[in-house]
Ligand binder design. Sequence first.
Ligand SMILES: Nc1ncnc2c1ncn2[C@@H]1O[C@H](COP(=O)(O)OP(=O)(O)OP(=O)(O)O)[C@@H](O)[C@H]1O
Length: 410
Amino acid sequence: MIPECPVRTSEARNRTWCHGQTAESNRNRSGLLCEIKSIIKTESFTEHYDLIPGKELGRGKFAVVKKCVKRRTGLEYAAKFMRKRRKGQDCRTEIIHEIAVLELAASCQRVVSLHDVYELPSEMVLVLEFGCAAGGEIFNQCVAERDEAFKDEDVKRLMRQILEGVAFLHSKNVVHLDLKPQNILLTSDNPLGDIKIVDFGLSRMMCNSQEIREIMGTPEYVAPEVLNYEPISTATDMCIGVLAYVMLTGISPFLGEDKQETFLNISQINVSYAEEELQRLDKAAVHFIKSLLIKDPKNRATAEECLNHPWLQTHEQNAAKETVKLKSVITSIPEPVSTGISSQHTEEEEEEEEGRVTEELLVMAAYTLGQCRQSSEKEGLTPEQKAISKRFKFEESFPALQEVPGEFIY
Ligand SMILES: Nc1ncnc2c1ncn2[C@@H]1O[C@H](COP(=O)(O)OP(=O)(O)OP(=O)(O)O)[C@@H](O)[C@H]1O
């Protein structure tokens, strides 16, 4: 069952992504959507919005994102300015696709929402919600010192939300293909808010009859099949395992001394589970990561499966599941033959009984984990292989793999 992604409004829930068209006719051959519902405004952007001077929210190779205020309402937004031509190539189609994907995900609260679209002579401007992404990138906490970094409980909550967003996208056959800490924003950083997924510039629509093979992504987060030029699928997004590793430890598991070493680490799934930062973690968290850092996409856990992973269950959910299991074990035990001895329990006996039940629950939980670990080792999950990994360096950011003609200069 696809987990229901929190929706914004009932109106948003009813939005369709392809007005009067089938999904097939709205998709071109490379997995790009080509129809949008948004009205592209051609009047002057600055007539309606004031750019906040000096407030650049972010910059990618394709875009610069600036904070702005809508004159009519006084509300704040993030304006993403995207150049239409990049080194002589018309990239408008890619921008239209990004708009279409944002429209498709309009009912999912875990995805940034699109407010307005403008077309200027050389750029398109995507006016995105800002207030809900005011806490910045989760990258900042990933590179912070341990005392300022995410607590394990925070990672669990945020990871659940990321997976809700990704499961929603996958249910619509969209693969993001660039999930990394820079593309997961927070609604606030103190107190820690909720996540918003941004940047659908590399995303693609999947369809059964068509194989997509493209070289794209960011080196540390790219999946082995992308490096091997093998077909891309929703499993390609499950580099979420890398995200979980980074969020929990501050270490980028595949990062090598240079790009080649990083690629080698990825293609061999050269990842160390012996790092000190991993040793202190809940075993279920490590098992979660192991279920995703797998070479064969078919063997990786899906977003839905991840959402049901024991690590991401709340204490209450885990306890409820164990109680159900225990009840089924108890009911399967045959009734004892009556001996004529009174079966009435005293209060002390009942208390003792409860104690035994708790003990039994703990044993069952441990057994479940042990079993999972054994089976994943059988599936060929890497033993403690030596990997070259290290903490992030602020200045160290690889360019996206895709050959992008020219830098975006704004
Ligand atoms: N809605 C938003 N609110 C606040 N900041 C944002 C918002 N959207 C994007 N940003 C910031 O701007 C950065 C660049 O945006 P985005 O990733 O969409 O651009 P891009 O050119 O497609 O990037 P890349 O080259 O990494 O693919 C983000 O990493 C984020 O820090």
